[in-house]
Design a protein around this ligand. Structure first.
Ligand SMILES: [Zn+2]
Ligand SMILES: [Zn+2]
Length: 127
């Protein structure tokens, strides 16, 4: 058992490595994974966590995402990026829906704040 309390969620966590981006993991995959396992921070806490560990120099990242419609971690995945329609699944009643869990990240270059191939912007989807 660990008595480490997570800085952002105030909940105990197993190890700090669990809340760090995996090597090559992209921003929306990381934030989506954190929101699913740890919950939304109510702000851009996971985005900032990603930036500090993976893209320190991207100081305008949060501001850029806010102008794209995100206001917290969980709105990032939806407002700014959505899972590619190629990954969506049919429900038994014939509706095409995004998968509950994103597949493992395709990987991006170090220091990149771009999403991997799993993600598209909603404006691309509309076209
Ligand atoms: Zn949220
Ligand atoms: Zn990814």
């Amino acid at each position: 058992m660990s008595n480490v309390i997570h800085l952002l969620t105030g909940r105990p966590i197993g190890s700090l490595e669990e809340v760090l981006p995996a090597p090559g993991e992209c921003l929306p995959c990381f934030v989506g994974r954190m929101v699913a396992t740890e919950g939304c921070t109510g702000a851009m806490g996971w985005v900032e966590q990603f930036r500090v560990h993976r893209a320190k120099r991207a100081t305008a990242l949060v501001r850029r995402l806010v102008t794209q419609g995100a206001c917290c971690d969980c709105t990032l995945v939806d407002a700014v990026w959505q899972l590619s329609p190629g990954l969506w699944e049919w429900t038994p009643d014939g509706q095409l829906v995004p998968p509950l869990e994103a597949p493992p990240c395709e990987g991006v270059r170090p220091n990149s704040t771009q999403p991997c191939a799993h993600w598209v912007s909603p404006s691309e989807l509309a076209m």
